[in-house]
Design a protein around this ligand. Structure first.
Ligand SMILES: Nc1ncnc2c1ncn2[C@@H]1O[C@H](COP(=O)(O)OP(=O)(O)OP(=O)(O)O)[C@@H](O)[C@H]1O
Length: 649
């Protein structure tokens, strides 16, 4: 939160103003390579590949983005979205805390504004006493001033404290709310794989939320403060020069309308695009870090650098345009504000010369005029911040809408719990999330307790997708899936996931060290001896000593080989001993002997399991085979029947 120290009014200083896109890049002669580069830039949301001609400064592309990707709404149209996001906290489970902080902020603003009004009177008395060489009056005003400082200093400090805490508490609540929506119902997965609507949800939660709460508090409290200030000083000005009050009202109304109409929408669009481009650039760099080994093997660093540089070109292009608009805005507001600077003195001076008013009145009228003008022109003076806030409101509202869209799914595959069997599929039809491909139609099978199924078929036929549909990750399609309760299922995906943390947390995943999400009825932590014995069972007995103990921390996906990661994942499966396990090529990186050892253990830990795999050796560990037999058709048979069919082919 950017916050200036409270400005003492006597200083006379005004408050500070607040899928993939194929791109053809033409580098100019100024750059090293003048040839045209063709690069693939992966984007979120994934969009159909499209040829985009990008000039070296990216300006053409930035202009096109303003037309196609930035919101085409005015500041006024974004207001309901801001209200929607804002009201969440004030209506949510912490509403009394929220309202308490907000009320404290408003009351303190009122207090500080009152101080300013009082100070303007003391200042007037002091100047009048000085000009009249009235020593008693002068020192009297100094004493009053000293007394006001005693009250005002803690008041200003408390205002700052309350504002900072208000922003922090709101940010904490909003980020938590968004994160729980993001991680509930596997929304994080669906947002990324199914909707493809939203760019950088992580950036929205990490960067947009603090910026949004900070700007909202700063601007709303600023508006409240200015309102009180306007009311307070209007009284002062009204008693001396009522025409100035009318003039200011009309002047500010015209100025605000003109400024928001000309600059508001465009500045908001540019802020929106800047946030998007910054998120894209960061995403590229994080992706390069996550895939550093593969990129290094491929010697793909030039490509990655080029992609990231292009992101930077696009970002800079947007910011360049924004700077031009911001400069024009500053030019206009400077003209607008300074045009009236001498007006109060011009109007009051003749009355002073005529002896109708005292000298201090000139200063007080100028001071009150300046305060009312800055209050009435608040929106105009803070249009940059306001357009940034509008862009953040737009992005957060879109994130909330996307989460809600996932929370209320349309017609999809039904999931039911049944403890009598291991798995039953009833007339199951599975489609890819984009709906472009149907992978199975009318599939009805049943796996009884104690049975095991191997899913086979050529690459890309839909084996993993079938598991995704059974797990509820993919919901597009029809039919019914019946399994034991979700807590007694365990999935081992193709790519083992190694979370951050100690070796112990790798072994216990997805349960925590406190077994908070433990599957089954186990209470309390898993004893070290059990972990060591399981490590032995998956042939990793030397791992603990090698890495320095169960509490050792490392970047596990980098320090363990793929086969070791698969064995760690297998250990998790044995530890959780589910009723039904799903293994998607979970032993693909292991030698046949280790694979045999793991499957032998699996049979004693797990009631039923379903594997996906290509190796025919896997047949011996299963009782049934589900084979892809063309287009959307699948055939269930016993292993013996399958072997016989294979032999006959
Ligand atoms: N998120 C997605 N959106 C659209 N299509 C997808 C998505 N994920 C996978 N597909 C497509 O669905 C089809 C089936 O993919 P799946 O991963 O199930 O294949 P598979 O049989 O497991 O292949 P492999 O044996 O190579 O792992 C493929 O054509 C794939 O391109």
């Amino acid at each position: 939160m950017k916050r200036s120290a409270p400005v003492w009014p006597m200083s006379g200083v005004e408050e500070p103003k607040a899928g993939q896109r194929r791109q053809s890049v033409e580098l100019s002669k100024k750059t090293d390579a003048s040839e045209e580069l063709e690069v693939l830039i992966p984007r979120r949301p994934s969009k159909p590949a499209s040829a985009v001609h990008l000039t070296v400064d990216g300006s053409t592309h930035a202009q096109a983005d303003i037309k196609s990707q930035a919101p085409h709404t005015s500041l006024l149209q974004v207001f309901p979205k801001w209200l929607r996001v804002t009201s969440l906290w004030f209506k949510g489970d912490e509403r009394w805390q929220a309202r308490g902080w907000a009320a404290a902020g408003v009351l303190l603003s009122l207090g500080t504004t009152l101080m300013l009004v009082v100070v303007s009177y003391v200042h007037r008395d002091m100047e009048t006493a000085m000009s009249g060489k009235d020593q008693g009056g002068f020192y009297g005003a100094i004493w009053k001033y000293a007394f006001i400082i005693l009250i005002a200093a803690p008041l200003f400090a408390a205002t700052d404290f309350v504002e900072l805490r208000l922003v922090l508490e709101w940010r904490r609540w909003l980020t938590n709310t968004l994160m729980s929506g993001y991680f509930a119902n596997r929304t994080f997965f669906k947002l990324h794989h199914q909707l493809g609507l939203l760019d950088n949800p992580d950036q929205r939660m990490c960067d947009d939320v603090p910026a949004f709460t900070d700007a909202s508090v700063t601007l709303v409290i600023g508006i409240v403060r200015k309102f009180f200030m306007m009311v307070g000083f209007s009284g002062v000005l009204w008693t001396v020069a009522p025409s100035l009050v009318f003039f200011l009202l009309v002047y500010a109304a015209i100025g605000t309308w003109l400024t928001t109409a000309v600059f508001g929408k465009r500045l908001m669009q540019l802020q929106f695009l800047q946030l998007q481009k910054e998120g894209d650039l960061r995403f590229d760099l994080v992706r390069a870090r996550e895939n550093s080994e593969s990129i290094a093997f491929y010697k793909g660093e030039k490509h990655e650098e080029r992609c990231a540089s292009l992101r930077l070109v696009l970002l800079v292009a947007v910011v360049r345009i924004k700077i031009v608009w911001a400069t024009f805005l500053a030019l206009w507001t400077n003209f607008y504000q300074h045009a009236t600077l001498l007006l109060p003195s011009l109007l009051t001076a003749p009355r002073y010369f005529a002896g109708e008013v005292e000298f201090g009145v000139i200063t007080q009228v100028s001071f009150a005029f300046g305060r009312i003008e800055s209050a009435l022109n608040y929106i105009l003076n803070h249009l940059n911040e306001l357009s940034g806030l509008a862009a953040q409101a737009e992005r957060l509202d879109a994130l909330l809408a996307a989460v809600r869209q996932i929370e209320s799914p349309g017609p999809s595959i039904l999931h039911e719990t049944g403890e009598a069997i291991s798995l039953r599929l009833e007339a199951l039809c599975v489609c890819t999330p984009d709906g472009r491909r149907q992978l199975c139609q009318d599939l009805s099978i049943e796996v009884s307790k104690g049975q095991s199924l191997l899913v086979v078929g050529h690459s890309g036929c839909g084996k993993s997708s079938l598991l995704r549909a059974i797990a509820g990750l993919w919901t597009r399609g029809t039919g019914k899936v019946v399994t034991p309760a979700a807590a007694s299922l365990f999935f081992l995906p193709q790519k083992p996931y190694m979370p951050l943390g100690s070796l112990r947390s790798q072994l216990l995943f997805p349960s925590g060290a406190d077994c908070a999400h433990w599957i089954g009825n186990r209470e309390g932590p898993v004893p070290d001896a059990e972990l060591l014995s399981l490590l032995k069972e998956v042939e990793l007995s030397e791992l603990v000593e090698r890495v320095g103990g169960l509490e050792a921390e490392a970047e596990w996906s980098h320090v363990l080989s793929l086969g070791e990661q698969q064995r760690v994942a297998f250990l998790r499966l044995l530890l959780h001993a589910p009723k039904l396990a799903f293994l998607d090529e979970a032993t693909g990186a292991l030698d046949s002997a280790t694979e045999a050892a793991l499957y032998t253990r699996l049979r004693s830990y797990c009631t039923s399991y379903i594997s996906v795999g290509h190796r025919m050796e896997l047949l011996q560990y299963h009782t049934h085979v589900l084979e892809h037999v063309g287009a959307t058709r699948w055939q269930l048979s016993t292993v013996e029947e399958f072997r016989a069919r294979q032999a006959a082919r």
